[in-house]
Design a protein around this ligand. Structure first.
Ligand code: FAQ
Length: 333
């Protein structure tokens, strides 16, 4: 399958204006592009980059919350958090499978994460310092992820769009469990619990806004991705939609946002917000955020420590196949 995909990849590499025009017409007509269809090499590369980055984010994104599983304040909270972190692992697996339909193997993608050629979302380079961070991650990080990912359910590439439908359903549950933690802390909690929630919001608000990527004027890939209908909205459009949806939710909790410039523009109906610290964003995606080194070490260790599991699973699959083949041979005789 992999060799076949490589051949397809070579065939795609050649520039072909006629095929490209036909491809663009299909995209414009909202047809789904499937793995065996002809596609421009740039389209394939863009998808591999984005889907791989997305898959890595889900896997690395298990670490900040995984840090709190043993310290969740009740059995109910522990069970919900455990299930959520497992869901994130599942999302990573779907997304690697979607990327594999484009002729790259999961091993190659993991290798590129570990050698720094591919990225994961900036947000997972921040530490989880209190229980309120579990509420904040569900409410804001999953909230931002959903805002970005609902339009991806209409992405022109079929396998990615279909993976996103299930992922979004689960993310929506994650968002609600996070907001429910926030309600418990802020509306039903003690003054200390509310203060803990406010402190968490103060740390996470700006990094969450950075999740949507650079501003449109600095985004390198948006124009092409919009033309190919991989992206349906620009980074700034989605960021604004998120701020508009989230600020009233924060006010319901009685929290204040760490932004002196945040104000509702009565004419446009949008919440205007202050300038994002793009120097911090660049630093974090260049590898110098608070937890980049720790996260990469965790992934390297997990890859190395998991060698025996992968080998055992492969040996077991081969043994089962040999047994099945032998049974079929006997049945055929
Ligand atoms: N972090 O030209 P653009 C989740 C890079 S999943 C790091 O605007 P594009 C679930 C970008 O790669 C969260 N790097 O790029 C969960 C490019 O660099 P390159 C992940 C970033 O692709 C919840 C350069 O900057 N979601 O949270 C970031 O058109 C809770 C220029 O940027 C996805 O991946 C960033 N934040 O737009 C899990 C969704 N932003 O590769 C656990 C799919 C930008 O040229 C717990 N991805 N860069 O070297 C997308 O929608 C897009 O890729 C964007 C970026 C919107 C993220």
């Amino acid at each position: 399958m992999y060799t076949q995909s490589l051949n397809t990849r070579e065939a795609h590499a050649a520039e072909d204006p006629v095929r490209e025009a036909r491809f663009q017409a299909r995209v414009d007509a909202e047809e789904k592009i499937e793995p065996n269809d002809w596609m421009p090499e740039g389209y394939r590369k863009t998808l591999v980059r984005q889907i791989a980055q997305h898959a890595h984010s889900e896997i690395v994104g298990m670490h900040p919350e995984g840090n709190w599983i043993t310290r969740a304040p009740s059995l109910k909270r522990k069970a919900a958090l455990l299930a959520k972190v497992q869901d994130e692992g599942g999302h990573g697996a779907y997304l690697y499978a979607a990327a594999e339909t484009l002729g790259v193997s999961r091993e190659e993608l993991v290798e590129q994460l570990l050698n720094g050629k591919q990225k994961y979302s900036s947000i997972f380079n921040y530490p989880t310092l209190s229980w309120a961070d579990m509420g904040i991650i569900g409410w804001l990080v999953d909230g931002a992820a959903i805002m970005n990912q609902i339009p991806l359910c209409r992405c022109s590439y079929g396998p990615y769009a279909r993976a996103m439908i299930r992922i979004c359903k689960e993310e929506s549950f994650h968002q609600r469990q996070g907001y429910e933690i926030m309600v418990t802390l802020c509306r039903d909690g003690t003054p200390e619990q509310k203060a803990m929630a406010q402190e968490a919001l103060n740390r996470w608000w700006w990094p969450v806004l950075m999740m949507f990527g650079p501003s449109d004027k600095d985004s390198q890939h948006t124009d092409k991705s919009m033309r190919w209908k991989i992206k349906r909205f620009t980074n700034d459009e989605l960021r604004q939609k998120f701020v508009d949806a989230t600020v009233p939710q924060g006010h319901y909790l009685g929290l204040t946002f760490p932004d002196a410039d945040l104000k509702l523009n009565e004419e446009t109906g949008h919440w205007e917000f202050g300038e994002i610290d793009w120097a911090e964003f660049k630093r974090v995606i260049a590898g110098d955020g608070p937890c980049n080194r720790q996260r990469m070490k965790q992934r390297k260790d997990a890859t190395e420590n998991g060698v025996w599991v992968r080998e055992a699973a492969l040996a077991y699959a081969e043994k089962r196949k040999a047994r099945r083949d032998a049974a079929m041979r006997i049945a055929a005789e």
